[in-house]
Design a binder for this molecule. Structure first.
Ligand SMILES: Nc1ncnc2c1ncn2[C@@H]1O[C@H](COP(=O)(O)OP(=O)(O)OP(=O)(O)O)[C@@H](O)[C@H]1O
Length: 256
């Protein structure tokens, strides 16, 4: 579980996060959604300590991360797996070396033990046996899978995914969403997905917070979202034509 309490952050005189609180449960896909430039990434960076909040605190289970010292923060960070936008693989490293990277950085394990963990992570994302492939030989969806394997290889308790579907076609996006959901359930991770993709929200959003201009305006489950009374959220959702069509269809009297 991760809890962010009353987080505020300004850059210069621009208030980017205004008293945002959220609770992200273990074993659930938690989503932070909102339009571009609205503060989602700054919020995620605040949670991992890449940005220091001006006010408020972040807790990982009962550990106060905001007040933790360097060593305590390092311990928490070792439990966080990150899937970056665009997968961010090292082009000059093969799949095995890419997935092994966090183990090289964070552990003293011998190569054979690291290899067992890498193979296990690759199996989990459906890429068993791809160790020697280079990123240039992989499709966009496979690169994301490698990125996900790298995020879970160190038995991460927390899985953060920044725009996991960016650059993917709709079918591959669904496969990646499903994989994120499956791993969250199987591994019991506290998963946070930052996204502005409404298809993903409808596929996997179990606990969603909507941020607009630095303020949290709504939170709930994907089955509630289409019925929201929050005008700003409706504008965000129904900017997507498919969502508008679904909503109209839902409201049409049956048999028409
Ligand atoms: N280090 C920084 N210094 C100054 N301003 C920043 C900094 N980081 C972010 N901002 C500003 O904070 C605001 C929120 O940015 P943020 O990246 O969180 O948006 P976002 O919702 O993640 O957008 P996107 O979906 O496009 O990634 C933007 O106006 C951005 O310019």
């Amino acid at each position: 579980m991760i809890e962010a309490k009353n987080i505020s952050k300004s850059f210069g005189d621009k208030l980017v996060l205004d008293n945002v609180s959220a609770r992200f449960e273990a074993g659930k896909v938690n989503m932070v959604i909102g339009a571009s430039g609205t503060g989602k990434s700054v919020f995620l960076k605040t949670i991992v300590g890449l940005v220091e909040p001006d006010e408020g605190s972040v807790f990982f289970h009962d550990r106060n991360f905001t007040e933790a010292n360097r060593l305590e923060r390092k311990e928490v960070r070792q439990e966080i797996g990150m899937l970056f936008q665009g997968a961010a693989l090292f082009d000059s490293k093969n799949v095995e070396e890419n997935v092994m990277f966090p183990l090289d950085m964070l552990t003293e394990l011998p190569y054979e033990e690291k290899r067992v963990k890498v193979n296990d992570a690759l199996e989990k994302v459906g890429l068993g046996g791809s160790n020697d492939k280079m990123p240039s030989e992989l499709s966009g969806g496979m690169k994301k899978r490698v990125g996900i394997a790298r995020a879970i290889v160190n038995s991460s308790k927390y899985l953060f995914c920044d725009e996991p579907n960016s650059g993917l076609d709709p079918q591959t996006s669904i496969l990646i969403d499903d994989l994120i959901m499956e791993l969250t359930k199987d591994l019991g991770t506290t998963t946070i997905v930052v996204s502005h993709d409404m298809n993903s929200v409808m596929n996997i959003g179990e606990n969603i917070i909507f941020i607009r201009e630095g303020r949290k305006l709504w939170e709930g489950h994907n089955y509630e979202i289409l019925d929201t009374e929050c005008e700003e959220l409706r504008d965000f959702i129904f900017a997507n034509k498919l969502m508008r069509a679904l909503k109209d269809d839902d409201e049409r009297p049956k048999g028409q």
